[in-house]
Design a protein. Structure first.
Length: 157
């Protein structure tokens, strides 16, 4: 059972915090290390070696962390894994992500399924490139046609 907890300025979170949903008052900066959270809402979040399922903040700094989904105005990530990142400005260094959506993305070795941004600078590597996606699509299409033929030709009880 998850516990919802609102942090006051200067509050220290004592383990176990695995099931916490933390909400900080506006203007509060949170620094967390070595914890796992279901959700975190703060103005500024500085996370090191932390896992968060859902993260919402104006400014986020991640180091050696894992995040399921994050929404921020400014996101700075170093050696981090992110499921989906939505931010106006993204600075990423050695990051693995499924989806990265941003206004400006500055990337230094980012591995992603998709990066959606009008301006991307740096080194972004697609996990599935054009030829891989084309081959996968042709394979799935061919297998669905074969499965349909097999189903039509098999006797029904």
């Amino acid at each position: 059972m998850a516990t919802t907890r609102t942090l006051d300025p200067g509050t220290t979170v004592v383990a176990p915090a695995e099931s916490y949903r933390l909400t900080a008052p506006p203007g509060t900066s949170i620094d967390l290390t070595d914890v796992a959270l279901q959700s975190l809402e703060a103005s500024v979040a500085n996370l090191t070696r932390t896992a968060v399922a859902r993260l919402s903040a104006r400014r986020v700094s991640l180091r050696f962390s894992a995040v399921g989904a994050t929404a921020a105005r400014s996101l700075e990530a170093t050696w981090t894994s992110i499921g989906a990142a939505f931010a106006a400005k993204v600075d990423a260094k050695t990051v693995i992500t499924q989806w990265m959506v941003g206004g400006v993305v500055n990337a230094n070795t980012v591995y992603a399924v998709a990066v959606v941004s009008p301006r991307v600078t740096g080194n972004v590597r697609a996990i599935v490139g054009f030829w891989g996606a084309l081959g996968l699509g042709i394979g799935i299409g061919t297998m669905s046609i074969i499965a349909r033929w097999v189903r039509i030709g098999s006797p029904r009880a």
